[in-house]
Design a protein around this ligand. Structure first.
Ligand code: ZN
Length: 308
């Protein structure tokens, strides 16, 4: 069985010269499309009805029209008319991968999950929350009843947590590594306050955490993911920003450590027989080849667990 990987060049709306390296998606696509076990597929956009289950009419309208501009740019990059179609398409990629995972057991989408996006505004480069849009769309189609989000981006998934808080069918687990409580100075302003609840748990990595530390925390996170029963689906945010050269990362995680993380996640999903779909999430290392390598390694990790 080949690994269906959903990608569309239209994912990337023009946002100018920005720390968010949107060209990474095309670079990852070019590389993984050469892997013999990967099948590239173009997704279709989600509908406005899909978005309306998660986001408020005022916010959706701002993303469509650019007005009011402050709300249309609350995710912190310049609004353009191409933004709305591009975010329908990225959410469509996430949804398509999740649907495929329910059939094949696993699938990937070369999109971000946009875990900082909240119901009525965007944050941290995240416009619409593709993860929760996906879960609510699958429930509307009666394809699942419950889902877990395993968020291994460097940053705490505050938007997903806020949306999960009012959705008892979601178990959102965030393993993050930019906790100021660790008291180590670094240059990340994107730290967000978090309050764990029944539907959303968070696990902080200490500063300078290494691969062993990560796997130990991941064990706890995976146990939490099952705390309220076995979910029908796992959406996995395979973040590249925990990487040690990332300008936001206070962690000491190299390529092998992140590969080990991905293998542990896939082995868990396979062992529990839970379908898993993954997305790429953040990654800001100035040498974009390093970011691409983290994301391509997630495919290698998949192959080592599910392939052959
Ligand atoms: Zn991040």
């Amino acid at each position: 069985m080949k690994l269906s990987t959903f990608y569309h060049p239209g994912y990337a709306a023009p946002i100018g010269d920005h720390i968010m390296p949107i060209r990474k998606f095309g670079l990852v696509a070019a590389e993984v499309s050469t892997l013999p076990y990967v099948k590239m597929v173009e997704p279709t956009p989600v509908t406005e009805d899909d978005v309306r289950r998660v986001h408020t009419p005022a916010y959706i309208n701002a993303i469509k029209t650019g007005e009011p501009r402050e709300l249309a740019e609350s995710q912190k990059f310049p609004w353009s008319p191409q933004l709305y179609p591009s975010v329908l398409l990225t959410s469509g990629g996430c949804l398509a991968a999740a649907e495929r995972a329910l059939i094949d057991g696993s699938a990937a989408a070369l999109v971000s999950g946009f875990h900082h996006s909240c119901a009525d505004h965007g944050e941290g480069f995240c416009t619409f929350n593709g993860l929760v849009i996906t879960i609510d769309a699958l429930r509307a189609k009666s394809l699942i009843q419950s889902a877990a989000v395993l968020d291994c981006d460097l940053h705490y998934g505050n938007g997903t947590a806020s949306l999960a808080a009012i959705r008892p069918y979601i178990q959102a687990v965030s393993v993050y590594g930019n906790d100021y409580a660790n008291n180590v100075p670094y240059r990340d302003v994107a730290v967000r306050h978090h309050h764990d609840g029944e539907n959303h748990r968070s696990f902080a990595l200490k500063s300078r955490a290494n691969g062993d530390d990560l796997l130990a925390v991941l064990d706890q996170a995976l146990a939490a993911l099952l705390a309220r029963g076995r979910p029908d689906l796992i959406l996995y945010q395979a973040g590249a920003d925990p990487f040690h050269l990332d300008p936001f990362s206070p962690l000491e995680l190299d390529h092998d450590d992140l590969l080990g993380r991905d293998q542990a996640v896939f082995a868990f999903a396979r062992g529990q027989s839970i379908p898993i779909a993954w997305v790429l999430a953040g990654g800001y290392t100035p040498d974009v080849r390093q970011v691409v390598k983290v994301h391509v390694n997630t495919f290698h990790a998949w192959h080592s667990v599910f392939g052959g």
